[in-house]
Design a protein around this ligand. Structure first.
Ligand code: UDP
Ligand code: MG
Length: 304
């Protein structure tokens, strides 16, 4: 990387006290080894363990570590937005704080960026340490999202990506409360490329994505992809209507059909309600997150 170019790592962390110290060491080692210029911006997403205290100690030892603290848990997706909003670097590497996104890969990602790509996203070729159920639902999620989305969303790509300052500034123009960042990166356009990597198990601690959080993320993604889910339900309802006509012709029992179609009607109402709820949240115009503390130096142009 030429001397003048800068990169900020964006690292959201929620209750990662068990290993966040190790993460700092490994990220700093990557900076040193590759001679990177810039900062490591941690966003503490309202942790209630010692994550913040550990990060503070690390930031006192090394000025390249900069910190944002949310006043409570606002979520992984907006934590990334908060970090990006405060970065002025030429590039950003977005990665998880549990070392499941190997920071050493930044080297390979930078060389792809140098070939003219504004977004270099990691594609999970394999996922270690995750249950078969999680892997299966994730696979299904990415494929369904792609079908519903008006633009193509890369399969099996999470938040791990290297983005240029240009991509960052376009991305930040999306002002959405319920968001799935990977869907927004696709909306941004520009030149993008994926590169396959093996996603290791968590080096420490447990996943913070329980079923509730994963479902919310999935819903946010589908909602963001426009009215397609509603259309899908409408098409299914049409098909069902035809089928019930056939049942009538062949005088077959329609009880099960009645139950099924009522379920479908309920699903359609639920989907409509789900959009209305999001409109309501958005119309309140509350900020998506609140920052209660900032720690960073005031020199250079990479300050938090
Ligand atoms: N995370 C966060 N806020 C949350 C949940 C998770 O900032 O509400 C962070 C977490 O600390 C980690 C990253 O987001 O750095 C990914 O979370 P996790 O590893 O739990 O997800 P998984 O890899 O299991 O999908
Ligand atoms: Mg993880």
């Amino acid at each position: 990387m030429p001397d003048c170019e800068t990169i900020d790592f964006i690292v959201p962390a929620y209750n990662e006290a068990e290993g966040i110290g190790k993460t700092c060491e490994r990220l700093l080692a990557v900076f040193d080894k590759l001679g990177l210029h810039g900062s490591i911006i941690f966003i503490d997403d309202g942790s209630d363990d010692d994550t913040w205290q550990i990060l503070k100690t690390q930031a006192e030892k090394d000025l390249r570590i900069k910190l944002l603290r949310f006043s409570r848990n606002f979520g992984h997706q907006v934590a990334i937005v908060a970090g990006l909003t405060r970065s002025k670097a030429d590039y950003n590497l977005i990665l998880d704080s549990d070392l499941q996104d190997p920071p050493e890969l930044v080297d390979r990602m930078m060389s792809l960026a140098k070939q003219g790509y504004d977004v270099v996203y990691g594609v999970r070729e394999s996922r270690q340490g995750e249950t078969a159920m999680k892997k299966m639902t994730a696979k299904l999620f990415y494929r369904l999202l792609n079908i519903f989305s008006p633009y193509s969303i890369p399969l099996d790509a999470g938040d791990f990506r290297l983005v240029s300052a240009k991509a960052r500034s376009l991305f930040l123009q999306a002002d959405e409360t319920a968001r799935l960042n990977r869907e927004i990166w696709s909306w941004v356009g520009l030149k993008q490329i994926g590169f396959a990597y093996h996603r290791p198990s968590r080096v420490f601690g447990k996943s913070k994505y329980n079923w509730k959080r994963m479902l919310k993320l999935a819903f946010d993604g589908f909602a963001a992809s426009g009215a397609a889910p509603v259309l899908a339900v409408a098409v299914a309802a049409g098909g069902l209507f035809l089928l019930s006509g056939l049942f009538l012709i062949f005088s077959a029992p329609v009880y099960s059909m009645v139950t099924f179609s009522s379920a479908l009607v309920l699903a359609a109402i639920a989907i409509a309600g789900f959009y209305i709820a999001r409109l309501y949240t958005q119309s309140r115009r509350r900020p998506d997150y609140l920052i209660s503390e900032i720690i960073g130096t005031n020199n250079g142009n990479n300050q938090v």
